[in-house]
Design a protein around this ligand. Structure first.
Ligand SMILES: *Cc1c(COP(=O)(O)O)cnc(C)c1O
Length: 389
């Protein structure tokens, strides 16, 4: 017998705040409750056919069966550069300024290993996608949480970061359109971020996962469009949300060549790249027929409208999000995030994500994901009305 003890980096992980809800969800299902799960941020729609067909074709080609290049096929990185040119007017040198990723989560999780020494500070938003803070901790860094508050449109107030933190800060994570708040960044905000980064010598990592999941003719801007952005930062992106490809594991980081180079060096010592047949399918996603995008946007718009109208009818204050597939709203008075989510499940068989699970400033909110059909969303709203919400 040996003693098996986890490393300190695992012991220091924050408690998993969704554990209780996961347990209750499993228990409700085992009791036979028809659970409507608005908790998961994973598209329910299938990957478009043209992309699947391209994978099937490429999978039969022996030249794609070998170890891929660490940093990504040149053809894939060129397609990413063309996408940036077309979508954002940004010129990228595909070899130096683009690295492919096994999903953007992989790159987000690895980047602190390239730049953060023990004791360095990383500025992370809160509430947020949990990987920014955890990846920082795994590298020995100290996450400094910037609260995202309603009164600031869920943008961080950079002026409130203490000088002591700024002195030690090396990197800032941002994410717009935002998960979980659905907030948007303005070009002016991004300009402020570039000035801030230059003034305090801080690298910017912008997570652009929801760039195409936008409605009502709103077009999110890339951070890299901002004058000076290429000198200070990179952008993470992925095919996951845009093309319903979360299971395929393909994304990229693009921008400043020194930052991309550092990330690439870490990766070449840890993983061996993305199956090339998937990269070939990724090129098809970016450059094939884009009809699927408009269809996806129409479907989420309809679902959003059903949910927002239904919640408003119940007297809940909620704004229709202009991007992402999340509806983020304040729980009614008398509840907190956890008690409201627990009651939703208990009384109506609906799963929503408590906002405090994304960080303390998310307390008082819940997030509902538009990842079930509009009929199911209508039923969810119906059940809430019947349960007296
Ligand atoms: C879904 C999501 C990702 C991860 O996407 P992958 O490319 O599938 O790893 C990254 N950031 C945010 C904010 C997300 O919601």
């Amino acid at each position: 017998m040996i003693t098996i003890e986890q490393a300190d980096r695992l012991k220091q992980l924050p408690p998993y705040l969704f554990a209780e809800l996961d347990r209750k969800k499993a228990e409700a299902r085992s009791r036979g409750v028809d659970v409507i799960d608005l908790g998961v941020g994973d598209p329910d729609l299938p990957t478009p056919d043209n992309i699947i067909n391209k994978l099937a074709e490429a999978a039969r080609e022996p030249r794609y069966h070998r170890y891929p290049s660490y940093t990504g096929m040149n053809e894939f990185r060129k397609a990413v550069s063309r996408w940036y040119k077309k979508r954002a007017g940004v010129e990228l040198e595909p070899i130096q300024q683009v690295v492919s990723l096994i999903g953007s989560k992989e790159g987000i999780a690895h980047i602190p290993l390239a730049f953060i020494n023990p004791g360095d500070v990383v500025l992370v938003p809160s509430p947020a996608y949990p990987v920014y803070a955890i990846a920082t901790m795994f590298a020995g860094g100290i996450p400094y949480e910037m609260p995202l508050l309603k009164e600031n449109g869920f943008l961080p107030d950079l002026d409130l970061i203490p000088q002591k933190m700024l002195d030690k800060a090396k990197l800032i994570f941002l994410n717009y359109p935002n998960n979980p708040t659905a907030a948007l960044a303005t070009r002016d905000f991004f300009k402020t971020v570039v000035d801030f980064a230059e003034k305090y010598n801080i690298m910017v990592c912008h997570d652009f996962a929801y760039s195409e999941m936008a409605f009502d003719s709103y077009v999110p801007s890339s951070f890299l469009e901002t004058p000076g952005a290429m000198d200070v930062g990179i952008e993470f992106h992925s095919l996951s949300k845009t093309y319903n490809m979360t299971g395929w594991r393909i994304g990229w980081a693009a921008g400043n060549s020194k930052i991309i180079g550092g990330l690439g060096r870490i990766k070449s010592n840890i993983d061996s790249g993305i199956f090339e047949a998937i990269q070939v399918a990724g090129i098809e996603a970016l450059e094939g027929d884009q009809q699927c995008l408009r269809e996806m946007q129409d479907i989420y718009t309809e679902r959003r409208d059903v949910l927002v109208a239904g919640l408003k009818k119940l007297g809940i204050k909620v704004e229709p999000p202009k991007a992402t597939f999340y509806v983020w709203f304040e729980v009614p008075t008398g509840y907190n995030s956890a008690s409201f989510a627990a009651l939703l499940l208990e009384k109506s068989g609906i799963v929503a994500t408590p906002g405090n699970g994304f960080g303390a400033p998310g307390e008082g909110y819940v997030r509902m994901a538009l990842t079930v059909s509009k009929e199911r969303i209508a039923e969810a709203v119906d059940r809430m009305a019947k349960a007296g919400f």
